[in-house]
Design a protein around this ligand. Sequence first.
Ligand code: ADP
Length: 334
Amino acid sequence: MFNWAKTKLTLLYILIVSIVSICFSLIIYRDILIELQKSYQTAEYKLNNQPDIYSARRSIVLSYLADELDQTKKMVLFRLALINSFIISLSGIAAYFLAQKTLQPIENAVEEQKRFISDASHELKTPLTAMKSEIEVTLRDKNISLQELKKLLNSNLEEVNKMQNLTNYLLSLNRYESENLEFKKEKFNLGDTVNNVLEKYKISAKDKNIVFKLKIKNLIIRANKTSVEELLSIFIDNSIKYSKNNGEIYITIKQSNKHATIEIKDNGIGIKASDIPYIFNRFYRADTSRNKNENNGYGLGLSIAKSIVDLHGGNITTESTPEKGTKFTINLPL
Ligand code: ADP
């Protein structure tokens, strides 16, 4: 598809350059012809008004001049044709590179879209396949007990929850990346919002005996409150998920220049330096088998977080050491 589009665009660019170049050449040729004709006519006039030249000699000179005029016309035509073919061939090469440059971002976006659809379908296929095979096995068992049926339903419910989480993530991502997003900003207290979000994670932190160490101050920011709550949830959820039992999570809010700075630091499993550049990519999960097996996730949280921070004109930095922990610093304009 893109090769054909590239060829068409190249031909279109060549056609435009050719039309412009040929039009200019025709104008130049016409002007040169007029000038030559004028010079010839002046020479002819001067010769005709020279009484001391024999008429035989005059006609020889005039025919010589006419020949010269003809030769010059042919020469001008030949040179213009040469210049035009040179311009057209050069523009052909330039047009090919220009077409490639024009189409590259579109090609990348289409490739990314394809990859996204394939990754999302793959993530949805896994729980569906698990559910399907469990149901098929259960249906084949004629003596199934009520207890076993309940076990099947519970397992199916788990898969349905996973799919629900994934669709929620996909909807969020789609919302934040949509061009015509209604993004209302309001003033609110960031400290209160952090405390509210932490309430939701008290149980999961307690399950792993994780303690939160807070340095939170009252700081009023102007932002989209719902998305900031979602942003904080993503980082707090990750810091719990990727912490070992008895871990500590430090959350700090500071004001620096015209920014509110939120630091979320854990002493969990950390991220390899080679993975850090990719963790904000959609569906990217750092390749530690322990991480993938133990933690349910789709690699979408941080890409949603990045979209939210980008929409606010802020930035995120990551510092991490494997087996020591990770610190995310989020700067949001006040
Ligand atoms: P996931 O659903 O896998 O958590 P995210 O997009 O939230 O997806 O994170 C992407 C990857 O970044 C995770 O799979 C994990 O490898 C790594 N990661 C994110 N936060 C942390 C953290 N606090 N500690 C260690 N690794 C993390």
